[in-house]
Design a protein around this ligand. Structure first.
Ligand SMILES: *Cc1c(COP(=O)(O)O)cnc(C)c1O
Length: 432
């Protein structure tokens, strides 16, 4: 039998978080423009996902394409070891311009997970340079920081992805996840568990790492800004570096350019990714304070031990610079605010539905938390049939649309979610 037939994809290509023998169905997308995905059969789908938080300015964006085209004519890639170039310099200048003044250097990496590896390695080398032996990272439950081993070691241990590798994973410290929600009245007890751990283990803690305000893959929770403020204060008093993972939240998604701004908190090490290139290609960045970079650089080893082959890829840098230029014109602020208002008015209406446990909205993020786990393959079939692209996980149906989406299309996304709640076959009964 010829394996190069129409079943090639299903038989030979891995997709994210799936099996090869019993995969979830895949839809064939041929092109994408604005907030539409176009299927191979010609059908258009309204995109509610921004391809996992990344395509903030829409697909096939002419300004991003122009930046790519210009750069293609000059140089698509060159090694970054011993060489520098304008796209990297321009991007790093922009990154330092739009982030807090305390952040002073940029390390360009390949993807979100790699940025996390780099950030954690920097923190380890920081303490090595100071001659201190440290053992653990401290984080909070429900977190997610990527799929590589160091990243897994600080992601929620109860997450189904991670059990499998247990014996290979470095043990770290997990505080109870924040309970106080973004708009709740702050309850200081929320920080108790974190406070206790940092106090008990401060001598052994390399760094604290967490997602600011929004815990994404770990359940789409929006926690109280005072939690992050308290974490910052405790890190200061115990002199422990704070790594903030803005890979999902960065570049406007939560209504602030960076989610840490909700709490006026500055990281010692900041990780950026996902929408950094406007969702065009893979690139991430790790920004640090001068204290961190100087300490590493003045240590016994002196060099930071990381250097990906495609570090500072000129194409990725130039498109990232173009994406940030669009953000600098500040239209995203109204776009995100408008999306937030529309989600707030129309998605919240579903709160009283018997299947719905909670609805929450922050910036251009809308979450419908159901009581039951969702049958992804069945509900996606329904979504696609109705002309929308939404990909739920666990018991969560969520929207993170491109900032450029229009009112009618966002309304359609919301209405189709509402309709899907009416069909019991999309839900796998869960004990409530
Ligand atoms: C997606 C994500 C990562 C991992 O990024 P990849 O590019 O998928 O490796 C890390 N942290 C957070 C918060 C994320 O949402």
């Amino acid at each position: 039998m010829n394996k190069f037939n129409k079943y090639f994809d299903i038989n030979h290509i891995w997709h994210p978080y799936t099996s090869l023998t019993n995969p979830l169905p895949c839809y064939y997308i041929d092109s994408a423009k604005g907030f539409y995905l176009k299927m191979k059969n010609g059908k258009k789908l309204i995109d509610g996902m921004s391809s996992w938080w990344s395509v903030i300015h829409g697909y096939n964006n002419p300004r991003l394409n122009l930046a790519l085209n210009k750069q293609i004519r000059k140089m698509t890639h060159v090694m970054f070891g011993g060489i520098t170039h304008t796209p990297a310099i321009k991007l790093c200048k922009k990154l330092l311009k739009i982030t807090p003044i305390e952040l002073n250097s940029v390390f360009l990496a390949d993807s979100g997970s790699v940025a996390i590896e780099v950030a954690m390695k920097m923190a380890i080398q920081y303490w090595q340079a100071l001659g201190k032996k440290k053992k653990y990272f401290l984080t909070i439950k429900n977190g997610y920081h990527g799929d590589t081993f160091l990243a897994i070691s600080v992601s929620d241990p109860n997450n189904a992805f991670h059990h499998t590798y247990d014996s290979f994973i470095k043990k770290n410290l997990f505080a109870t996840a924040p309970i106080c929600k973004f708009n709740d009245i702050w309850n200081h007890d929320d920080i108790f568990s974190f406070n206790q751990l940092i106090d008990q283990f401060s001598e052994k803690i390399v760094a604290v790492i967490l997602e600011p305000i929004v815990q994404g893959v770990g359940g789409m929770h929006f926690y109280h800004p005072n939690y992050l403020r308290s974490v910052r204060k405790l890190c200061n008093s115990y002199e422990i570096p704070l790594i903030i993972d803005e890979i999902a939240t960065g570049f406007g998604r939560t209504g602030k350019l960076f989610a840490s701004e909700h709490a006026n908190v500055v990281a010692d090490i900041l990780c950026l990714g996902k929408s950094l290139t406007g969702g065009t290609m893979t690139l991430s960045a790790v920004l640090t304070t001068k204290l961190i970079s100087d300490t590493i650089s003045n240590g016994k080893i002196g060099t930071f031990m990381h250097g990906p082959t495609f570090m500072g890829n000129p194409l990725a840098c130039s498109v990232a610079e173009a994406s940030i230029s669009i953000l600098e014109e500040n239209i995203w602020k109204t776009q995100v605010k408008d999306i937030e208002n529309q989600l707030y008015i129309n998605l919240i209406k579903l709160s009283n539905h018997s299947r719905v446990k909670d609805i929450r909205v922050l910036g251009a993020i809308g979450v419908v938390e159901c009581y039951d786990v969702i049958n992804i393959s069945k509900i996606q079939k329904f979504f696609v049939k109705n002309g929308v692209w939404i990909r739920p996980f666990k018991n969560l149906i969520y929207l993170t649309p491109p900032y450029i989406i229009d009112i009618e299309s966002l309304q359609q996304l919301i209405e189709i979610i509402a309709k899907s709640l009416e069909n019991p076959i999309f839900f796998i009964s869960n004990s409530k």
